[in-house]
Design a protein around this ligand. Sequence first.
Ligand SMILES: [Zn+2]
Length: 337
Amino acid sequence: MHDGVDATALPDGITPLGDEIYAIDTMMAGYPGITSSYLIRSERPCVVEVGTAGSAEVLRDGIAALGIGPDDLATIVVTHIHLDHAGGMGAVAGMFPNAEVVVHERGARHLASPERLMRSARMVWGDRLDVLFGEMSPTDAARIRAVGATGSVDLGGGRSLTTHYAPGHAKHHVGLVDSANGDLYVGDALGVYNAYTGDVRPATPPPDFDLDAALTSLRLFDDIAPRRLMFSHFGAVDTVEETIVRAREELHAWVDAVREAHADAPDLDHAVAMVRDRVLGRYRPLPEGAPAETAQVMDVLSGVEGNVAGITHWLDRVAAEQAEKQRNPGDTGGPTA
Ligand SMILES: [Zn+2]
């Protein structure tokens, strides 16, 4: 099915990574180096991440260039349902009619009925939504398979991807481990990796960000001891241990700065200024020749305002829970939302 694809003749934006894995740059908002999908060209070919609705055709063309036809794709899996990862799902599922769609159970209904997700995204992004993401169209619910704490994607030939629930960035987030080589698809659980500088910056957006959950997910990734970290933003990284250590340090640095600012004054602007002042110096400047527009869009995805808003939201939630406990010391809480 896919013999005869010449790796030296691959189009721009497709990077062979060994073991029949190909990174496909899905050119978010027209820019390279922001969103990456991965095609695993095994017996049962699988795509990890679809990117935005605006990226659907780029992804389809990339998959076609790798010799996989519309009827050949067996699985489409997303690490979570944010629009830069899953916004193109309805469109891409339509292009590959035989593919099963795999997603965490807390995200499944939003892929089938994206109206609510789109409404809240529109509130956050306003007019920029169309430029950055486009509109997610619904995926036929019968094609969606939801996974829980763990799950499995059959890649054929005895190879599989194991899904592990990994919340913190979002409560519908999973990591995926390839049985053939130990690669770990990390989604946004570690944050955003900048290949130009080697820096990793946290991605802590509202409303789901939860530091404790994020740290638990990082410990899980330590235990998995992956061979490589496959970032959705952006690329494969083989300095695994130091990158996980760095991600943990960065989370603490951001949360500590916001916590201190929040204790001084509750307004977001104060926290944003404090993070700019105290945290951004941790990151190396972009080298000359690196595309400035890409950096700008990346900044939108994991920018200071969004990260600070997410951390503040979490601090407020924790404070409210503690106050509630003090009022009802005998109440063990029971199931919360
Ligand atoms: Zn993302």
